[in-house]
Design a protein around this ligand. Sequence first.
Ligand SMILES: Cc1cc2nc3c(=O)[nH]c(=O)nc-3n(C[C@H](O)[C@H](O)[C@H](O)COP(=O)(O)O)c2cc1C
Length: 341
Amino acid sequence: MLKIGHIELPVPIMLSPMAGVSDLPFRLISRSFGSPLAFAEMIDINAISQKDKRTTHMLLSSPEDRPLGVQFLGNSELQIPLAIERLDGHAVDLIDFNAACPSPKVTRKGKGAALMKEPKKLAGILSALVREGRLPVAVKIRAGWDADSVNARDVALRAQDAGITCLFIHGRTKTQGYSGVVDYAVIRDVKEALTIPVIASGDNLSLEKIRRMFNETGCDGVAIARGALGNPWIFSETMTYMKDGTVLPKPDVSARIAVMKRHLEMCVTHWGEKRGVGIFHKFFIWYTRGLKGLRPLRNRAFRTGTKDGLIEVIDQLARQHPRCKDRMPSQGPVRPDITAH
Ligand SMILES: Cc1cc2nc3c(=O)[nH]c(=O)nc-3n(C[C@H](O)[C@H](O)[C@H](O)COP(=O)(O)O)c2cc1C
């Protein structure tokens, strides 16, 4: 079991925050396969005002969507009181502050991973969150800005001194973005230096890689991001393995089809038909990764603007794989569009 403040997670795994991906339907799908914690999409606290509809929609949740983390992106402690106030009336269990986003759009403004270069300022923001909030506070950091300035241990210690409850670390530098190798040694160094739980992120793409993350870093938990795209089974696989060492078989096509239909239905309910179908297109690609002869069906899926149209495409997928025995391939590195982040 993993404890983050008052939050008790039966297994030390969770869905990592993903802007542009982690909407309510995706969180609920991930939870139904065993992710005990998930995060709403990152909120830029520079941009919030008391009533903006975008933030309100991002904070939409449901009773099954608990415990829920919210992630803030910002660059000043002055923004914190309003940001905290904005959560009033929303069901939130944990506040995570982002010091990890590598997007130039973000770092140019001194936000996200740019704060790895300003550990004092970051600690000030975290202190303000701890002071103002009634919720446990976490921070997500990177190994450092670049290979010449790996400072995760120093940043992590200052963050812990600021009073946070838990720390997330993506074991890559800002300049690595999402490529190159994950630095397990840096994560281990941070884990050994801190007394609060350390959750490790970076290439947790398969059961094998997740085991490696635990073994090489001694981390308290892992956050799964790209490995969960089109593959919520990664949570049940990991959970089952951690419980009794059983390795579950990969899902076959019929299992994928059933989840796709459920996910599509939830997207349409949450976003409305037009938007929901548009949003589901990228999940269609992820769910069907590795299946053969897919191009014409993917093209059809992308031309379709209705739920019924997409269901027809999914049914055609079932007809194309009548024995439904095609197994999910082992997860390679996925390169989703991460511009939203
Ligand atoms: C599409 C996408 C969006 C992301 N958005 C966020 C975000 O909003 N906040 C965050 O802390 N990390 C974000 N990340 C980073 C992931 O949470 C994770 O730390 C990173 O992808 C490394 O894990 P992985 O190699 O297992 O994917 C995002 C990653 C992806 C792929």
